[in-house]
Design a protein around this ligand. Structure first.
Ligand SMILES: [Zn+2]
Ligand SMILES: [Zn+2]
Ligand SMILES: [Zn+2]
Length: 727
């Protein structure tokens, strides 16, 4: 392999500046007959070589792609090709002139560029640099638009395909056997025989064939597609790599090097989810003996890390006999490409979630399907550019990330915070299931509750008066839940918290923090010690209780789906190189809520009232299209931070704003959780964001119409013909 010495190369053109590029492999394609003899005719030459030892070369595998649930690409590999020439091979002025003329035509070099290249080559011919390649073009056009990275389309029409003969090195174009004139200049064609198998044009000198057989030597021709256009910017391009390959018989010792870069077309809206890759460390190689080589890349974050084993593929191997004069290939085992990983994420919802959070300094949102546990969207703000991490951060980039008080590198959907009143669904079910209250019992709220020598306030200082469970949920009355929590006790409440998945892994494939559901024992083990008042705090989602937005989403999904604790997932399927689904992931039940359907129905009724009563705490999330059920949370979270300026100090004093919802209330198909770190009031700040996200979900066409029971006597066709939305 030849590595182009960057500092010495002539950077005639650097036309390409795609962000988020990672180099995963470097292959050198050797051009011309030398390659042909070595690789293809290896067997017959091998016998003549004096074999002294063998050597093995590792062939890197291509990394699989990451896609969204509809197949839209979130991470893929883009090949970058560069072209170099060897000054030594261009020693003869006539050869040099011919090669540079040909390159100038194919690459559309200007006169200045061509002269500069000529001067660079000439300057090196007589010293040791004659054997160092000169870079002619760092980014040849092949598959992607050099301006915007869009996958280029093939142009059809005359000359869309060149047919290349690897035996004689000439190219031909396909033509219909009835054609009489050249499609370029209308000159009458000269057919070589009555059979009309090949023709040539006397004016443009093009050669045409009616079948992919070389008229000179009867070899099978290979199709090379070279006229490309970009759908995004409308520019037209020549597939330079293909054309150079087709002309390689005229271009001695030119080298086209291909390296694969990892690119993230949706970099910013799914950074925490998709993650990034970078170089393996010595530690990585020690932890996975035999898996990684020095130049390999490894997933560092998000799905790139979670599905590393599926994505990375299996490297191949080429074995050579090393002769005294040249090395000849013997054995060969092709590399096995990694699987494509299709996520459950909907890229469009993800993008709209990012939009919905853009005016908030810090926070996260989660949208999942309560019937399957599939995460449809999950965004944490502020985000980051995974491409910057893949390329290697500049000092400036690192300083700006490190200096950002809102922690862009943390996925806040998987980081625990005080959940506040969204946790009241746990206290409610515990109270009902343990028989410590009934849906009808009312508890009086004078605005506070004196307990253990301390006054515990309701957020509504004037007092809610008599509250039953539905009213207490709707108004988020703290006194009701203090008194219910007092009856339940810390450890029994913790038991129900865990039943709802709090303090436990959600099953998500990404790395998450599991938060904390405190018990008496836990408090005893801390400097605080246990005091009965802690139970009251935890019963309204405060105290030392912390939970992630995803845990909150999963607990609401269980309430919505009738009690199933479904494992949260972001993977939908693995797909192999042939497009076959290797593994498809189905919903997994990780437990069940206790409680009768009637008990769950009481809590659900409370959540409907939160959003749909004129004075409900979550009325900002109400929609005309469907009935939304939800719960606000406004968690006290004042914190200090060393070195904070005045503005940051003010922000740190604010409450955390939460809103957790599902819809439609009577046939739940989606769960949304919005968390705004120090965002203030849950009802005022988080609920409107949740509403926006539910509107995105509706616009994306996910709502399935209610299943209507067929009338007695309705035909089976009528039932089957019922319209259904997307799953
Ligand atoms: Zn030929
Ligand atoms: Zn373009
Ligand atoms: Zn109250």
């Amino acid at each position: 392999m030849t590595v182009v010495p960057d500092s010495e190369s002539t950077k005639l053109r650097r036309r390409f500046g795609v962000a988020a590029t990672v180099f995963t492999a470097l292959f050198v394609i050797l051009m011309g007959r030398y390659f042909w003899i070595q690789i293809v005719r290896g067997d017959e030459y091998r016998e003549r070589a004096r074999v002294s030892f063998t050597t093995k070369e590792r062939l890197p595998a291509r990394r699989g792609e990451i896609k969204d649930r509809h197949g839209e690409v979130l991470a893929h590999n883009v090949a970058h090709h560069s072209l170099t020439v060897l000054p030594h091979a261009l020693r003869d002025p006539q050869v040099r002139g011919a090669v540079l003329r040909r390159l100038a035509i194919i690459l559309e070099l200007t006169r200045e560029e061509r002269e500069a290249l000529d001067a660079e080559v000439v300057a090196r011919i007589d010293d040791k640099r004659a054997w160092q390649p000169v870079t002619v073009d760092e980014e040849l056009v092949s598959t992607h638009c050099p301006h915007d990275g869009t996958l280029l389309d093939l142009d059809t029409g005359p000359g869309a395909q060149l047919l290349y003969c690897s035996e004689c090195g000439l190219t031909h174009e396909a033509i219909d056997e009835s054609a009489a004139r050249c499609p370029y200049d209308k000159r009458k064609l000269t057919w070589d025989s009555a059979a009309h198998q090949s023709a040539s044009c006397g004016k443009c000198k093009r050669s045409f064939v009616t079948a992919p057989i070389c008229p000179n030597d009867a070899s099978l021709l290979t199709a090379v597609e070279h006229n490309l256009s970009c759908q995004s910017c409308g520019r037209r391009f020549t597939n330079e790599v293909a054309v150079l390959a087709a002309h390689r018989h005229e271009l001695p010792r030119i080298q086209i090097a291909a390296r694969f870069g990892r690119e993230y077309p949706r970099a910013f809206h799914a950074a925490h989810l998709v993650g990034y890759i970078n170089s393996v460390t010595r530690e990585d190689r020690e932890n996975h003996p035999g898996v990684y080589a020095l130049d390999d890349k490894i997933g560092r974050n998000g799905a790139e890390r979670a599905f590393e084993a599926e994505l990375r593929g299996v490297p191949g191997e080429a074995e050579y006999f090393k002769g005294a004069d040249k090395s000849l290939r013997r054995g060969f085992r092709a590399a096995k490409r990694g699987y494509d990983v299709w996520l459950t994420i909907d890229s469009r919802l993800q993008q709209e979630m990012r939009q919905a959070l853009r005016y908030h300094r810090s926070g996260a949102a989660v949208m999942l399907d309560p019937r399957s546990g599939e995460v449809l969207a999950m965004y944490s703000t502020p985000g980051y550019d995974p491409g910057a991490w893949s390329r290697g951060l500049s000092r400036q980039e690192w300083e700006s990330i490190k200096g950002n008080p809102y922690n862009p590198m943390i996925n806040k959907a998987l980081t625990p915070y005080a959940p506040g009143s969204v946790y009241k669904i746990v206290t409610s079910l515990a109270g009902l299931d343990l028989g410590l209250t009934t849906p009808e019992e009312t508890i009086h709220c004078p605005g506070h509750y004196d307990y253990g020598g301390r006054r515990f306030h309701c957020h509504y200082r004037a007092g809610h008066g008599a509250q039953d469970m539905v009213q207490a949920l709707k108004n988020s009355c703290d006194v009701y839940f203090y008194r219910l929590g007092e009856r339940i006790g810390m450890d029994r409440l913790a038991h129900y918290g865990e039943m709802f998945g709090y303090g436990l892994p959600t099953g998500i494939e990404l790395s998450e923090r599991t938060g904390l559901v405190p018990t008496e024992g836990w408090y005893e083990s801390t400097a605080l010690g246990f005091q009965p008042g802690h139970t009251l705090s935890v019963s309204i989602g405060q105290g030392s209780l912390i939970a992630t937005p995803l845990q909150v989403a999963r607990s609401f999904a269980a309430l919505a789906n009738g009690g199933r604790m479904l494992r949260a997932r972001i993977v939908r399927q693995y797909v192999d190189e042939q497009g076959e689904v290797v593994q498809r992931f189905l919903p997994v039940d990780d437990g069940r809520l206790v409680g009768t359907p009637e008990e769950l129905a009481v809590i659900r009724e409370g959540l409907v009232r939160v959003v749909n009563d004129g004075n409900g705490t979550g009325k900002e999330a109400a929609l005309d299209e469907m009935v939304v059920a939800g719960k606000t949370g406004t968690a006290e979270a004042a914190e200090g931070r060393r070195g904070a300026d005045e503005e940051l100090k003010r922000w740190l004093k604010e409450d955390h704003a939460w809103f957790a919802a599902y819809a439609p209330a009577d046939d739940p198909q989606v769960v949304v959780v919005v968390f705004l770190e120090h965002g203030g009031s849950g009802g005022k700040r988080a609920a409107p964001v949740a509403k926006q996200l539910l509107q995105s979900w509706l616009r994306a066409g996910y709502l399935r119409p209610p299943t209507v029971e067929p009338d007695r006597g309705a035909s089976a066709e009528g039932v089957r013909g019922q319209p259904r939305g997307r799953p």
